[in-house]
Design a binder for this molecule. Sequence first.
Ligand SMILES: Nc1ncnc2c1ncn2[C@@H]1O[C@H](COP(=O)(O)OP(=O)(O)OP(=O)(O)O)[C@@H](O)[C@H]1O
Length: 252
Amino acid sequence: MKTLVSGEHIVKSFLIGNEQHPVLLDVSVAIAEGEFVSIMGPSGCGKSTLLYALSGMDSIDHGRVIFDGLDVTSLDDKELANLRRTRMGFVFQQPTFLKSLNILDNILLPAMRDQRKNVKALTERALQLMNKMEIEDLAKRDITQVSGGQLQRAGICRALINNPQMIFGDEPTGALNSTSAQAIMDILASINREGTTIMLVTHDPKIAARTERILFMCDGAIVSEMRLPKFVGSNVADRLAKVVATMREIGI
Ligand SMILES: Nc1ncnc2c1ncn2[C@@H]1O[C@H](COP(=O)(O)OP(=O)(O)OP(=O)(O)O)[C@@H](O)[C@H]1O
């Protein structure tokens, strides 16, 4: 499989007061097209920082990030914003929607900059996505008039509106109860089956066990990784046991 995104010797630190705090210590990783990857590890080990580095959301101190053959680290802010908007989708723990717009208009927002003339077709696409996420009847609602799980489904629609090659998720199920979280994972799994590469950060072994490759981080480095076969409902317990055993082994 072709590599979609890779990080080569990523080094990243944050300046706190007068001191540099190292967060990523020479991390190299390659994600192939079509993979469904999660990153696990203790709080503060650098999971989100790695996700932000690979998605060009945050700069790095040393190393390179290559996305679909493009050296992300060499792009200026405008080029980076364009790459993120058109070829990547982002799902966060709490979707950041504009309060002044209804759900449908929030979903359309990332596409309006480049495809303003195409509103009819875009709206159709948004409604199709909403239909798939089973929230099409919420199109005209305010963002305060839906549940957390429904808002996250809308967040996924927004992430998909520009038909991205890759979705990055930072704890996309972190604010949801376990039933809603598994429903969101069903949706992400179906998006992945249709060809979109997905990488997400999670604390929850039940969420990681739904993905097919798990990167375990500790203290700014990937210390272990695991590959799991395609998820089918019947192999949940076995997958979870494997993830938990590795977590114990490396002391997470
Ligand atoms: N903008 C920032 N400025 C300063 N320090 C930061 C910044 N962002 C992250 N850090 C620090 O970098 C380290 C790694 O943060 P990161 O968010 O990547 O960890 P994480 O593994 O995702 O943690 P968690 O599971 O708690 O979300 C932490 O010590 C954090 O405090």
